[in-house]
Design a protein around this ligand. Structure first.
Ligand code: SIN
Ligand code: FE2
Length: 204
C-alpha cells in the first residue's frame, strides 16, 4: 500500500503531518475554490431535521447529502448541476497514500466557519467500506476526536493542521470520529479564514 511512512497513528488512524507544503496547500485551495464556485456550499439537515453547522459540497461523480430522508450520495448538486470533477492535486494525494489504481468517486468538501463542529460518526454510507477514506485538512486547525468502531467508549483527540492528511482504513475504516472545534486565526491560507476538510471515498 502506501510508500510514505505516516508520522503517527492514533487508534489506527494514520496521520501524515504537513504532507502538503504551503505551495501545495495554496494550489489545492485554489482548485477547491473553483469547485465551490461551480457547486456552491450548502447547509445539509440531519435526518432529525437540524441544520448542520458545517457547510458542504462535493466533487466527483456523486456527492454526499443529508436531509429528512437520511444520509446518502446523490448524482447531482442540489441545484441540479453535475458535481465538478475532483481536482488533480487531490487525486494525487489519494494515489500517493493508498497506492490504489482505483480512484475515489467522491471528494466531499466540508467548510467549517465560526463555531462549526461535526459530531461523532462513522463514514458508512459507501457500498463497500473496505476501501480507505483519505482526509485532507486546509486552513485553520481543528480538534479531531477519534473513538472506537462502536459508539461511545474512550476517545483520543489531536489537532489537525493545514496540510495534514489522515487515512482511515483497515481496522480504523469504521472508527467513530468528529471535529470538536476549529481554532480561528491559526492559518492564513483561506481568504476569510475557516477550515476546509476534503474526504475522498470510493462510493460504489
Ligand atoms: C468528516 O468526518 O467528514 C470530516 C472530518 C474532518 O473535518 O476532519
Ligand atoms: Fe467522517
Amino acid at each position: 500500500m502506501a510508500d510514505h511512512p505516516s508520522d503517527l497513528t492514533v487508534r489506527g488512524v494514520r496521520i501524515y503531518r504537513t504532507l502538503l507544503d504551503l505551495k501545495a496547500q495554496q494550489q489545492m485551495a485554489r482548485e477547491i475554490g473553483t469547485v465551490v464556485a461551480q457547486a456552491p456550499l450548502f447547509t445539509p439537515r440531519t435526518p432529525g431535521g437540524r441544520k448542520m453547522s458545517v457547510r458542504m459540497t462535493s466533487a466527483g461523480c456523486c456527492g454526499w447529502f443529508s436531509d429528512h430522508r437520511g444520509y446518502r450520495y446523490i448524482p447531482r448538486h442540489p441545484s441540479g448541476q453535475d458535481w465538478p470533477p475532483i481536482p488533480p492535486s487531490v487525486l494525487a494525494v489519494w494515489a500517493q497514500l493508498t497506492g490504489l489504481d482505483r480512484m475515489p468517486d467522491c471528494c466531499l468538501v466540508n467548510f467549517y466557519g465560526g463555531r462549526a463542529r461535526l459530531g461523532m460518526h462513522q463514514d458508512r454510507d459507501e457500498a463497500d467500506t473496505a476501501w480507505p477514506v483519505v482526509s485532507v485538512s486546509l486552513g485553520d486547525s481543528a480538534r479531531f476526536r477519534i473513538g472506537n468502531t462502536y459508539r461511545g467508549g474512550p476517545t483520543q483527540s489531536i489537532w489537525l493542521e493545514s496540510g495534514d492528511v489522515a487515512v482511515l482504513d483497515d481496522e480504523a475504516r469504521l472508527i467513530y470520529h468528529g471535529i470538536d472545534r476549529v481554532k480561528a486565526g491559526t492559518s492564513s491560507l483561506l481568504n476569510g479564514g475557516g477550515r476546509i476538510n476534503l474526504t475522498l471515498r470510493v462510493v460504489y
